[in-house]
Each structure stands twice: as C-alpha cells, then as structure tokens.
Write a protein that binds this ligand. Structure first.
Ligand SMILES: NC(=O)C1=CN([C@@H]2O[C@H](COP(=O)(O)OP(=O)(O)OC[C@H]3O[C@@H](n4cnc5c(N)ncnc54)[C@H](O)[C@@H]3O)[C@@H](O)[C@H]2O)C=CC1
Ligand SMILES: O=C(O)[C@@H]1CCC=N1
Length: 271
C-alpha cells in the first residue's frame, strides 16, 4: 500500500524519479504522470503508460486531486504556472515536492495556500535505476512527517541526504548536473581509446566499466580518492605520466570552475 503521487511534467527527471520509485516497489496504480497537451505529449503519455503502468493526464489539477504527494518536475520557468493550477485543488496536508533547479521554497509557498508543506529537492538522472542521490530541504510548513514521506518515496531512486536549503544550489552544481560531467569523461576516455588504436566497442566498454569500477571502489571502501589514486600510480609509471598531463591541463581547476558556474546559474534561476 503506497500513497497516491502525481508527477507534474514527466520529462527526463520526472520519469527518472517515477521509474526509480516504481522499480523499488511503489505501486504504479498510485501514480499519475502529467504531460503537455501536445502531439508529443500524447505520444509520451502512451509510452509512460506502456512502460511504467502509470495513469497519465494533461490535467495537472485532476492529477493532484486526492494525491498525498505532488512532484513538480517541469522546467524552473514553468513552476509558477503549474503551482497556480494545482493550488486550489490540492488535498489539505498534501506535500508539494519540487525537483526544479533554483526555485526556492519561499517562492513556491507564495503560489500555494498558506501552510502548504513544500519540500525542495535536487535529484539526478541515475535515479532511474535506483542509483541516484537526492538532496532534500524542507519549506516553512514541512515537518518531520512530510519529510519522511518524501524520503520514503525517493528511497527507491537511491540515496537521500538532508541539507539546508541554502546549500541546494551547490548540490545542483555537483550531483544534480554531475552525471553530465561524468558522461563527458566516459565519452572522452572512449574516444581517447579509439585514438590509441582500440576498436570502438572495446574502448567504450573499457571506459564505462572503468568509471563504474572506480566509483564502486570509492563508495564501497570509503577510502579517500587520493589514497585510491596512489594505489594505481606506480613510481615513474604509465599513470604518473597520464596524471601529469591532467594536472598540466588544469583538469581539477576546470571541475572547480564548472561547479562554480553551475551554482551561479542555479542562483540566477531562482532570482
Ligand atoms: N535533467 C536532469 O538531470 C535534472 C533536472 N532537474 C530539474 O528537473 C526539471 C525538469 O527537467 P528535465 O526533466 O530535464 O526537463 P524536461 O523538459 O525533460 O521535462 C519537463 C517536462 O515537463 C513537461 N511540461 C511542461 N509544462 C507542463 C505543464 N504545464 N503540464 C504538464 N507537463 C508540462 C514538458 O513537456 C516536459 O516533458 C527542471 O526543473 C530541472 O531543473 C533536476 C535535477 C536533474
Ligand atoms: O541542467 C539543469 O539545469 C538541470 C539541473 C541539474 C541537472 N539538470
């Protein structure tokens, strides 16, 4: 027995969260996913019904009627319009959860009836396979019970961590967008392998599994990445030669600047 959930705007992130929760046992019969009333939306709705067994509609207000959880997963600029649609019909005590980058709980609360519990979150797309991490921060009217419900729903999407709302822009920059940085690394490593003479399928397999294996080793041993890196790096060996190039090309500084730029953009989206 699971609570009734509405996913409002079921694009990349909405579907990833939905798939993670359902994959971990949330009943598809308790989930309604909304799409836009366009040709593309109609096709997408059919595909969501077929692949996940959820109900679909283009009517956000109808979707939240009777729902205990309303997950807002539209683009940040579209959040106010969706909140305006659902505010009059939201069940008393229902929790509004947002995954939108930058949009503050205070801004959302202004569009909702006074006292509506709001939880702002920042998931990432590995949620789709239960390997995500989501940071959550409560709004003014969200208490422990509301947070617990949101965390139980998100548990199927992977790890969940509570943070202060002021930290969510940094979270967005690191783990929200982080998969994109890592996919760039996988892609670059595979291309480098091809350049070094490997067949494309072999290079791609080596690159993907190397990133997965390194991540799992870091997570499962809990050891500092610098220690794990040292164990790969033989004195005057091949890895030392490669790492030297990464340092010369300021790859660490590039990651620092990328996360800072993404955080600044998240702050801008919320302004
Ligand atoms: N893509 C990602 O990796 C992450 C995205 N986010 C956040 O998730 C939100 C959605 O991003 P994406 O899924 O990437 O975008 P998307 O464009 O794939 O999904 C948004 C969906 O909402 C639909 N939509 C727009 N207005 C609607 C309305 N009034 N009623 C019903 N459906 C409506 C669109 O047709 C689209 O399918 C954004 O606010 C973003 O900041 C957060 C974490 C990671
Ligand atoms: O790029 C974006 O704005 C969203 C938020 C984090 C990941 N994707």
């Amino acid at each position: 027995m699971t609570e009734r959930v509405a996913i409002l705007g079921t694009g990349n992130m909405g579907e990833a969260v939905l798939a993670g929760a359902i994959g971990a046992g949330w009943s598809p019969g308790d989930v309604t996913a909304t799409v836009r009333a366009t040709e593309h939306g109609t096709a997408r709705a059919a595909s969501l019904r077929e692949r996940h067994g959820v109900a679909t509609t283009t009517d956000n207000a109808a979707a939240v009627t009777g729902a205990e959880l309303a997950v807002v997963a539209v683009k940040p600029k579209d959040v106010p319009a969706v909140l305006d649609e659902i505010a009059p019909v939201l069940t008393a005590g229902a929790v509004v959860v947002s995954v939108a980058a930058g949009v503050t709980t205070a801004a959302m609360e202004r569009s909702l009836r006074p006292g509506t519990p709001v939880v702002r979150t920042m998931p990432n797309t590995p949620a789709q396979i239960g390997a995500g991490i989501t940071a959550v921060a409560p709004g003014a009217a969200a208490d422990e019970t509301h947070l617990a419900l949101v965390e139980r729903f998100l548990a199927g999407t992977g790890d969940v961590v509570r943070v202060a709302e002021k930290d969510l822009d940094a979270v967005t920059a690191l783990s929200g967008g982080g998969p994109a940085y890592v996919f760039t690394v996988i892609d670059a490593l595979a291309e480098a392998g091809v350049h070094a003479g490997l067949k494309r399928d072999v290079a791609s397999r080596l690159a993907r599994q190397t990133v997965l294996g390194a991540a799992r080793l870091a997570v499962e041993t809990g050891e500092h990445p610098a220690i794990l890196r040292e164990r790969v790096t033989s004195p005057a060996g091949t890895t030392a030669a490669g790492l030297r190039v990464l340092e010369e090309r300021a790859v660490r500084a590039a990651f620092l600047a990328a996360v800072e730029a993404a955080r600044a953009r998240s702050l801008e989206l919320g302004a």
